[in-house]
Design a protein. Structure first.
Length: 368
């Protein structure tokens, strides 16, 4: 029997996913298909590498001694990223599609094309008595994290998004953007308001770890955090591990969304080194999440992207030196499909080819 290495298996599985019709885009499963039955809801960890197409994954892998935590995933699928009326999406429309299960216009968060406010998977899980958490290496009011708790006509309505987080029931959140909460045009201090209602709001990882509050926010920076190569601290791995410890202590199922936000920013800047460094930071967090899931035995992990950024093509490199050379074709997003990796209970749902809205319905299907 021929033994293939794991890198080869990843690309074979992607090819299989590309030709598979096992599951339709609208989640009409075959009659013979059954979900794993359990009396206990699985934990859900959704990890989004913003702008992370297959080329970004490949570049990061080859630059990381030809290794990535994604090789431990059990299933691979492909997601169509287009928005409601455009082939090339933005993070607001794609975030809304994954978080809320509906295509919408670019720039819109949590609202469908008929101006209906949508319920996110985080909010649905909260209604089922899950603990909930959001982590981003951008500001916490950026388009992707906002898609899980806000409903606004424009992703640029940062103060409105912050106000909606203040009134939402997210248990734990980490990200930049403190200024949208305490240096506002309406002169309100949302941090003080949240603290008066039971939140513990901290500004460093030590205090985050020490806090015993089950309503906890950690603002990493006043505005947008810097790149990891420019000194962003702490790394995403530490943030994920600390939050998983808290979620585990809550003794109930949880939903956690983690965004590696700045893979996208490196793509917009057409800086391959920026993309690779942010992917490595995200990859470390994936590794920690997988370790948790393997030990826990009842945690579903889904790792995907909202879209590809930069139209990256890898031209050449050196495996022994872990170097990669590539070219970008745009400073914007591209319309290519993106991979979806999954591990844990009902991970098989995420194989095949489907619209990004199906990620919402697949996650919802796993919740009893």
């Amino acid at each position: 029997m021929i033994k293939h290495n794991k890198k080869y298996i990843i690309f074979i599985l992607l090819a299989i996913a590309a030709t598979s019709n096992i599951y339709s885009q609208d989640q009409e499963y075959p009659k013979s298909f059954t979900l794993e039955s359990s009396n206990k809801n699985p934990n859900i960890i959704l990890m989004i590498g913003d702008g992370m197409g297959l080329s970004q994954i490949s570049a990061g892998m080859y630059s990381n001694k030809n290794s990535t935590a994604l090789e431990d995933m059990q299933y691979i699928g492909l997601s169509k990223t287009h928005s409601y009326n455009q082939l090339v999406t933005d993070s607001a429309a794609s975030g809304t599609a994954m978080a809320c299960g509906e295509k919408t216009y670019n720039g819109v968060v949590g609202i469908d094309p008929k101006n209906k406010q949508l319920e996110s998977i985080l909010e649905y899980c909260n209604s089922k008595n899950f603990s909930t958490a959001l982590i981003a290496t951008s500001s916490i009011v950026h388009a992707t994290p906002a898609s899980f708790y806000a409903n606004v006509n424009s992703r640029r309505q940062y103060e409105d998004i912050a106000l909606q987080l203040r009134y939402n029931s997210v248990d734990y959140f980490i990200g930049g953007g403190r200024k949208h909460f305490n240096r506002r045009s309406d002169k309100r201090n949302l941090i003080e308001e949240m603290e008066e209602e039971g939140y513990d709001i901290v500004n460093n990882l030590d205090n985050y770890n020490k806090s015993s509050s089950q309503k906890l926010g950690f603002f990493t920076y006043a505005d947008e955090p810097p790149p990891i190569n420019s000194g962003r601290k702490p790394g995403l791995k530490a943030l994920v591990e600390s939050t998983l410890d808290k979620l585990k202590d809550d003794k109930k199922p949880f939903f956690l969304m983690v965004e590696g936000s700045q893979i996208d920013w490196g793509g917009h800047a057409n800086e391959l080194a920026y993309v690779i460094s942010e992917f490595k930071d995200f990859n470390n967090a994936i590794s920690s999440a997988l370790k948790f899931a393997k030990n826990d035995g009842n945690t579903l992990i889904v790792v995907t992207a909202d879209h590809e950024t930069g139209g990256l093509a890898l031209k050449k490199g050196n495996l022994k030196k872990s170097t990669v050379i590539g070219d970008f074709t745009t400073i914007g997003h591209s319309g290519s499909m993106v991979p979806v990796f999954s591990f844990g209970p009902n991970a098989e749902l995420f194989s095949g080819i489907y619209e990004n809205t199906a990620i919402f319905s697949k996650l919802k299907t796993t919740v009893n």
